[in-house]
Write a protein that binds this ligand. Structure first.
Ligand SMILES: C[S@@+](CC[C@H](N)C(=O)[O-])C[C@H]1O[C@@H](n2cnc3c(N)ncnc32)[C@H](O)[C@@H]1O
Length: 239
C-alpha cells in the first residue's frame, strides 16, 4: 500500500485529465463557488488578513480568494505535486502566496497566528481527526474564524465512495464522512465556538459526469425532506 503523500501526488498529477478529481476546469469553477459561499455566510476577508488553507492541494480556493481580496495567502499540504501545480497556477495570474510542504497534524506555525483558516476535504482522511482539529485551533488567532468542510454522511456520495472502494477505483486512500452535526461535535470537543453548520448541495455544472449528476439529483430530492442532507458538511466556527 502506498503512503498518503504518494497517493495524493498521483491525484494531483492527473490535473490535465478530463473527468479526474484534479481536472483544472471543474475545480476552478467549484473553488469560486466555495468562496462565494463563504462570503454569503458573512465571512469578511479584510486587507492584510493572514489566511491559511490547510490541505490546500492545487491552491485554487486560495487563488480565488486572492483574486478578490488583499489577503496574505498561505497554503500547506503534504503533496509536492500539489505544490508544483499551485505554483504554476499562481504564477500564471501573478499572485503572491506562500506554500509549505507539511503535515496538518503538526503545522510549522506559531500559536494564534492566522486570522482565518479554511480546511476543506482534509480531516475525513484521518482515522482520528481530533489532532488535526486541535492543530487548526492552536494556529488560529483568538476571535479568528475557521471554515471546515468534509463530505457529508447524509449524501448518496457515501455509496459512490464505497462502490469505488469495492471496485478498486477509489483514488483517495482512507476516507470517511461526517454529518454536519458530527462535524460540529468534533469541533466543539476542541473548544471551537460554532457559528453555523449546514449540509450543502453540490451545484450542477455543465461538465458533470453521470455519477455526479445522479448523486446531485438524489441529494436535492432528499434535502427537501431530511435536515442537513447534501453533498458537503460545513461548519463555520471561531476561537
Ligand atoms: C480532497 S483534497 C482537498 C484539496 C483542497 N482543500 C480543496 O478543497 O480543493 C485533500 C488534500 O489534503 C491533503 N492532505 C492529506 N493529508 C494531509 C496532511 N496530513 N497534512 C496536510 N495535507 C494533507 C492532500 O494532499 C490533498 O491535497
Amino acid at each position: 500500500m502506498s503512503s498518503p503523500e504518494a497517493n495524493w501526488n498521483r491525484v494531483w498529477e492527473r490535473s490535465k485529465q478530463t473527468g479526474s478529481y484534479s481536472y483544472i476546469h471543474s475545480r476552478l469553477e467549484r473553488s469560486m463557488d466555495k468562496v462565494g459561499y463563504f462570503i454569503s455566510n458573512g465571512v469578511l476577508f479584510q486587507d492584510g488578513d493572514r489566511v491559511l488553507e490547510a490541505g490546500c492541494g492545487d491552491g485554487l480556493v486560495l487563488l480565488s480568494l486572492l483574486r478578490l481580496f488583499e489577503i496574505q495567502g498561505h497554503g500547506l499540504d503534504i503533496s509536492v505535486s500539489a505544490k508544483e501545480r499551485a505554483e504554476e497556477l499562481m504564477e500564471a495570474e501573478g499572485k503572491r502566496f506562500s506554500y509549505d510542504i507539511g503535515d496538518i497534524l503538526a503545522m510549522p506555525y506559531p500559536d494564534d497566528h492566522f486570522d482565518k483558516i479554511v480546511c476543506l476535504g482534509v480531516i475525513e482522511h484521518f482515522h482520528d481527526p481530533a489532532q488535526s482539529i486541535a492543530e487548526v485551533y492552536r494556529v488560529l488567532k483568538p476571535g479568528g474564524q475557521v471554515i471546515m468542510m468534509t463530505p457529508n454522511k447524509k449524501s448518496l456520495g457515501v455509496l459512490d465512495r464505497k462502490l469505488k472502494e469495492w471496485l478498486g477505483t477509489w483514488p483517495f486512500g482512507y476516507q470517511t464522512e461526517y454529518s454536519p452535526k458530527e462535524l460540529e461535535q468534533l469541533m466543539t470537543a476542541r473548544q471551537f465556538k460554532i457559528l453555523k453548520r449546514e449540509g450543502l448541495l453540490r451545484r450542477r455544472l455543465p461538465n458533470d459526469n453521470r455519477t455526479v449528476r445522479v448523486i446531485g439529483n438524489f441529494d436535492r430530492m432528499m434535502n427537501l425532506f431530511v435536515e442537513d442532507w447534501g453533498f458537503f458538511s460545513y461548519v463555520f466556527a471561531t476561537k
